[in-house]
Ligand binder design. Sequence first.
Ligand code: AMP
Length: 107
Amino acid sequence: MTMCLFCKISAGEIPANKLYEDDEVMAFHDIHPKAPVHFLIIPKKHIDSLFTATADDQAILGKLLLLAPKLAKEQGLADGFQTRVHTGPAGGQEVYHIHLHVLGQPA
Ligand code: AMP
């Protein structure tokens, strides 16, 4: 079975500028940042998008959200940040492995 880009990153097959990793999730800087700080948080489990996420994914999706403020503060975004989840073609999704964008400007 072919792995998607973010599965390859989480498996260490493609390098990424990593911020955080544990057995379930990984965070790395976006390769084309749209803000001074722009990183992505992904589950290691492959989930295409919010359209295909199920109740079984509830805990891991919550984990992505709860990790965002912790990592954002570590990146200098203690005053606030934006989160985005692009879903489907009309939502601007390019990589079909669910991910949370975290963007901001350090104070
Ligand atoms: P989207 O699917 O629209 O939410 O966006 C996918 C994001 O992944 C874009 O912001 C890309 O710049 C980013 N991206 C694509 N390839 C890589 C990579 N190899 N390492 C880090 N970020 C990437």
